[in-house]
Design a protein around this ligand. Sequence first.
Ligand SMILES: Cc1cc2nc3c(=O)[nH]c(=O)nc-3n(C[C@H](O)[C@H](O)[C@H](O)COP(=O)(O)OP(=O)(O)OC[C@H]3O[C@@H](n4cnc5c(N)ncnc54)[C@H](O)[C@@H]3O)c2cc1C
Length: 426
Amino acid sequence: MTETLFDKDRPRRVIVAGGGAAGLIAAWRAASRGASVVMIEKNSRLGMKILISGGGKCNLTHAGSMDDLRAQFRVDEARFLNPAFHRFTNTDFLAIMHAHGIATLARPDGRVFPVDGYNAHDVVAALTRLIETVRVVIVTQAPIDRLVIDGGRVRGVQRGDLFTEADSVIVAAGGSSYPATGTTGDGWRWARDAGHRVVPLRAALAPITLARPRPEWSGVALRDVVLRARVSDGGKEYAHWRGDTLFTHKGISGPCALGISREVGEKLDGGLPGGGMLEVDLAPDHSFEHLQALMRDQIRLSPRRTIGWFADGYLPERLRSTFWDDAGVDPNMRGAHIAQRDLNRLIRFVKGWSLGGAHSVPLERGEVVAGGVALDEVDSKTMGSRLVEGLYFCGEVLDIAGPVGGYNLQAAWSTGYLAGEAAGAL
Ligand SMILES: Cc1cc2nc3c(=O)[nH]c(=O)nc-3n(C[C@H](O)[C@H](O)[C@H](O)COP(=O)(O)OP(=O)(O)OC[C@H]3O[C@@H](n4cnc5c(N)ncnc54)[C@H](O)[C@@H]3O)c2cc1C
């Protein structure tokens, strides 16, 4: 059965497959260029992942120059994103938000959020209004089964026995993390069927389960620490992130864990047992020598204070007894009595307390998935497939994964814009 949803007055028919971040901007841009656009979404509502982003607050983008934003991605990804990031910038996206009455604020760390009183629901509502004003037809609860490709060009999409014919199809079906939000990796299946290479998938921005989890610490947060990953105990560092580390039932979460999870996952997949070793630096602003001098000064001033009194400030209470056991130093010893060797050992533990190895980095619990449609088979200036005419890709379905901080949504907005612009061109 063939269904006709397009506006007959408009000469070019574009299907946007997926109504998330990239799809919304792609649909708006294609329709703004005069194309008749149908957005087909699996869920009953649009933008499910936007709704849960930033804990429901939605970290929309990152402040700064687009070159700075781009530099946060791996080199090949950054190169690919260059045209998209310069064509549709963070300020371009924020201008849309502001035009829809959503004021935004850049936090000191550069992450941009809607101001208090607005949240992710307002963002999705604004983007929905945006596409409605350019007469995008929205079809929800409509999971697409496959793309229809014939003679090297895309002809439309198939869902059940319904065939929707189009001149172009923009695949904006996202990744496969948080599958309950509708993203179950369908876009990758379609891409493979179309002959595209899909770079092996791996979690990025995910919590890390530990080989020796500490469920009794679940809920405890280490504020403003550095989490490091080394190839072995005392070996070469291969990743680090500064911020908060949260203990969970099975391991660690929070910005630090998310920040190094991609690299840890790669080491685990590469066969390094435990991905090496993870450690926390509890005093990242102080070097070993500085901390040594600081403690010596404090002990000189208050020699009768216990050594625990000097060091406990770096640790939440629930972690202290394990820390002191691991360090092998008695926290009740008076400062004046501590041997230099024990003081050095204590400082070494403050600067690098081992959490042991990782057990896994669960792909489905990541904020984004690394891997996806291979970038060398997609034209970075248009997001068009180099293999199938009329086929476009944007957003997380591509082999792109940025760090925490609004970078991934910006990649979705920018690549969506380019895909819509090219697919909607008359
Ligand atoms: C918990 C969480 C928090 C996050 N927080 C942030 C943040 O604060 N800032 C940030 O920059 N990034 C954040 N991200 C990442 C960000 O949400 C994604 O990078 C972004 O949503 C990707 O956009 P997308 O359009 O490619 O995919 P999505 O937004 O996932 O959209 C894909 C859409 O395609 C639909 N779809 C899938 N298959 C089909 C099908 N067969 N037929 C029809 N439709 C289909 C899906 O239902 C979905 O609506 C977060 C992610 C998670 C999981």
